[in-house]
Design a binder for this molecule. Structure first.
Ligand code: FES
Ligand SMILES: [Fe+2]
Length: 374
């Protein structure tokens, strides 16, 4: 167990340099060394129907996400081995084959093998077996699909541990509400804001009302001066509240297998750099994912996940449940865009991190480690 001393930084390190947030070359390096090497969230499996292929983008690379009529998930780079045409332009039905819309070469959906060159009749020097689709690695975790376009992907390992949501029926949850926002900020600005609560008292009045410790500008009790592992932890929410909704009341049955600690925390986060975080509450969960769309633009998608029994309640309105986190998310979006505009000042070269910003410091280390690696 960490102590307050070990969480807080013992110095005030510099931030990343200003150009990390707008320079096109820096951005290209991140696309290559981070987004094209890490596992990237590609949506919930329950939102990908069987017998469908869908074009998606991973680190700027076009990818076809395929689900066979039997339910198997495969993925390939969206480029034909003949002369490179895009293979899939829009979501469409998928059977056993992927057929190029240009000159009709066809590939096996199950393994990408080249099956036919259609009207073209290659000579003997052409080896069909060496011209299959380029595969993209797929991982299914807790009902979510992750893709990795690296040649030799590292194992899937979210930063805060893979087992944090084991007591939730994550794979069975279905999407009840979705929100998409285009943010005028670099993707790292979003993560930095996620990683500290110094902004909470000023930016999030509703959230601070629900989670009293946030009023102190800290994320959890262990950051309090004088905290020791023996200090008893209380419920994270204001009296009477059990979950992150406007009235603090659950939107359906509470998940039955949660520990007392998980219920008291009320919000259990798994962080999956650089692509998403998943937060599980006692009655529902939420995935917030990012796609950089340019050095200074980021598309954010938030999905609210519910048990089928919760969705089936009479008059249940998932959009109402989403109201609370949407307020918080809008406040964070506004803060992130304000941060980005200020970073653009010609006088801003870099800033300083405060001791409470230990998670931003770790995030910067994570980014710099990957950019070092050639
Ligand atoms: S580019 Fe695909 S068949 Fe020609
Ligand atoms: Fe925030």
């Amino acid at each position: 167990m960490a102590t307050a001393q070990s969480l807080l930084l013992d110095h005030c390190p510099p931030t990343l340099p200003a150009e990390a947030y707008y320079d096109a070359r820096w951005y290209d390096r991140e696309q290559r060394l981070i987004w094209q090497r890490e596992w990237i969230y590609a949506g919930r499996l329950s939102d990908l129907p069987k017998g469908v292929m869908r074009p998606v983008t991973v680190g700027g690379a076009g990818v076809i996400l395929c689900r066979s009529p039997e339910g198997d998930v495969t993925a390939y780079h969206n480029t034909c081995r003949h002369r490179g045409s895009e293979l899939c332009r829009a979501e469409q039905p998928l059977g056993k084959m992927i057929r190029c819309p240009y000159h009709a070469w066809s590939y096996a959906a199950a393994d990408g093998r080249l099956l036919s060159t259609a009207q073209a009749t290659p000579t003997e020097d052409f080896d069909k077996t060496g011209h299959g689709l380029f595969p993209v690695a797929v991982t299914l975790w807790n009902g979510s699909v992750f893709l990795n376009v690296a040649d030799a992907p590292k194992p899937f390992a979210p930063d805060l541990g893979l087992n944090a949501h084991d007591n939730w029926p994550m794979a069975d949850l279905v999407t009840g509400h979705r929100l998409v926002r285009d943010l005028a900020c670099n993707w790292k600005v979003f993560w930095e804001n996620y990683n500290e609560c110094l902004h909470c008292p000023g930016i999030h009045p509703e959230l601070c009302d629900l989670v009293p410790v946030y009023r102190e500008g800290i994320m959890s009790e262990p950051e309090r001066p004088g905290w020791t592992p023996e200090t008893p932890t209380g419920h994270a929410l204001r009296d009477g509240a059990v979950t992150w909704t406007l009235d603090g009341q659950p939107c359906g049955p509470v998940f039955p297998d949660l520990t007392e600690a998980e219920r008291k925390t009320a919000a259990n986060f798994v962080t999956i750099y650089p692509t998403a975080f998943v937060v599980a509450h006692v009655d529902y969960a939420r995935v917030v994912s990012l796609v950089p769309t340019g050095p200074e633009t980021t598309r954010l998608t938030a999905e609210w996940l519910f048990a089928p029994a919760t969705m089936a309640q009479d008059g249940f309105d998932p959009a109402r449940v989403a109201d609370f986190a949407t307020i918080v998310l809008d406040q964070d979006a506004e803060a992130a865009e304000m941060n980005q505009r200020g970073i653009r000042s010609p006088r801003y070269a870099s800033g300083r991190l405060m001791p409470q910003e230990f998670d931003i410091y770790r995030f910067h280390g994570w980014v710099l480690d990957r950019l070092k690696d050639n």
